[in-house]
Design a protein around this ligand. Structure first.
Ligand SMILES: [Zn+2]
Length: 284
């Protein structure tokens, strides 16, 4: 793990220096595909990880960034990141209500199960969808919207280093994602953007805002992408949620059955204690 961290740190450092030159690096992608460490479950199944450019970034960022993501999620948005690394991204709802967010989908294996469970409890949530997954599964985007949930742009192919690219590259990526979503649901409001890995930068925050989207982070992270099992996911969420929490979960990007199984218990608990909401589509 130490070595991985060092390598990652070096890669991230290079990323800032070299900018987009970090992007294509097939060998690392291979490593990501076969690795059994924490990166594996997160990206192994993720269709978006197939891009030549994505995996190295995913590989380099999934480890440390996602790890930081966990620390962030478990102890509040500011802990590990010092707060200012969020660059103003919202980490709470700003009200006593609690928001559940589901990232990286849609995925035909898990998204329908998540939707069915939410429907069972009459709870609305927010789906942070990946553009190419939206393009591949327009029916699921339609199902999400039809059920009254709100949408959040989660980039075209989950590029964790997107924030280190040029503003124009970022802008193209986010617009392409919105286009894919709106191809499925014309006119769908998309007023939230969540940076993959929570790897916020000033440019990515700025571009998202210029495009009318509010940067969305989170405050509770059960690390379900590490596949800890339904009981641990449930325990983490129900013990950490407080008024205003934004909960990060995943309905794609790996084996998410644990998340799906945990959701019923989570909803059973949270609906007794909080009002749950889909993040509004008209934030002001
Ligand atoms: Zn994600």
């Amino acid at each position: 793990m130490g070595i991985v961290t060092l390598v990652v740190a070096a890669l991230l450092g290079s990323a800032y220096v070299l900018g987009r030159s970090l992007v294509p690096d097939p060998p690392q992608r291979q490593a990501t595909g076969v690795t059994s460490n924490a990166d594996g479950p997160y990206y192994a199944d993720q269709p978006s990880g197939d891009e030549p450019g994505e995996p190295p970034s995913a590989s380099s960022s999934a480890g440390p960034t996602e790890a930081g993501q966990d620390g962030t999620g478990q102890k509040g948005a500011g802990q590990d990141t010092g707060g200012e690394r969020l660059f103003g991204a919202h980490a709470t709802t700003g009200t006593p209500r609690v928001a559940l967010t589901f990232d990286d989908g849609p995925d035909p294996r898990y998204t329908p199960q998540v939707l069915a469970t939410l429907r069972e409890f009459d709870v609305k949530a927010t789906f942070c969808v990946v553009g190419e997954n939206a393009q591949d599964h327009p029916d699921l985007i339609q199902a999400i919207v039809a059920d009254g949930h709100s949408l959040c742009n989660h980039s075209w192919h989950h590029d964790v280093t997107l924030g280190t690219r040029s503003a124009e590259t970022i802008r193209t990526d986010l617009l392409r994602t919105n286009d894919a979503i709106r191809a499925a649901v014309p006119g769908a409001p998309i007023v939230w953007y969540r940076q993959p890995g929570g790897a916020w930068t000033l440019p990515v925050v700025s571009v998202a805002q210029q495009l009318g989207m509010t940067p969305l982070h989170w405050s509770v992270d059960p690390s379900d992408w590490q596949v800890p099992g339904a009981s641990k996911i449930t325990a983490a969420v129900v013990t950490q949620v407080e008024p205003g929490s934004v909960v990060l979960m995943h309905d794609a990007g790996g084996d998410r059955q644990g998340t799906v199984d945990a959701l019923r218990q989570i909803l059973s608990n949270l609906t007794e204690r909080f009002e749950l909401e889909a993040l509004p589509t008209d934030p002001t």
